[in-house]
Write a protein that binds this ligand. Structure first.
Ligand code: FES
Length: 150
C-alpha cells in the first residue's frame, strides 16, 4: 500500500524488483491498471488515494480477477439487516463472483483461509533516468510515480 507521499507504508519484499506503472495522476481513486510482469498479470488499484496490487489470478478457477467489478460488500448486522460497507475496496471476480478485499487480498467470505497474492506499491518522486533498475511501462508525467514491487 502506498499513499500520495514519498514514504513507504511497508517494507519491500525480498526478491522483488521495482516497476514504474504510471504517474499518480494517471491512476485516480477508484481506477486500476493491469500490467504484465514476466508471466504474471498484476492489477494496481487506487483505493481512496492509497495504492495496492493483486495478482490477477482468481484462486477459485483461475479467472483474470483484476478485470472484475470494483465494489463494496454487504455485512449482516443482525438477522434480516444488512449494512453496505467497504465501497471501492472489494473486487468481484468476473467469472463466479467471489469477492476479495483489495487492501489485503483476503477473501470476503473466508478471509482466514483464502487470499490472493498481494504486492507492495510505493509512490516515488524520482525520475526513471535516475534509477535505471526501474522498469517503465507508460510514464509520461512526473507528479509522483506509482511503483510496483514484484
Ligand atoms: S474463477 Fe473467480 S470466482 Fe470462480
Amino acid at each position: 500500500m502506498a499513499g500520495n507521499g514519498p514514504e513507504r507504508a511497508s517494507p519491500r519484499r525480498a526478491g522483488t524488483r521495482p516497476h514504474a506503472v504510471c504517474s499518480v495522476s494517471e491512476l485516480p481513486p477508484g481506477e486500476r491498471k493491469i500490467v504484465e510482469v514476466g508471466n504474471r498479470s498484476i492489477g494496481v488499484f487506487n483505493v481512496h488515494g492509497d495504492f495496492y496490487a493483486l495478482r490477477s489470478l482468481c484462486p477459485h478457477q483461475g479467472a483474470p480477477l483484476c478485470r472484475g467489478t470494483i465494489t463494496g460488500t454487504a455485512r449482516a448486522s443482525q438477522p434480516g439487516e444488512f449494512i453496505w460497507e467497504r465501497e471501492g475496496q472489494v473486487l468481484r471476480c468476473p467469472w463466479h463472483g467471489w469477492e476479495f478485499d483489495i487492501t489485503s487480498g483476503r477473501s470476503v467470505f473466508n478471509p482466514h483461509r483464502l487470499r490472493v497474492r498481494t504486492y507492495d506499491v510505493t509512490v516515488e518522486q524520482r525520475a526513471e533516468e535516475e534509477d535505471p533498475s526501474v522498469e517503465s511501462f507508460d510514464v509520461t508525467v512526473e507528479d509522483g510515480w506509482v511503483v510496483l514491487h514484484a
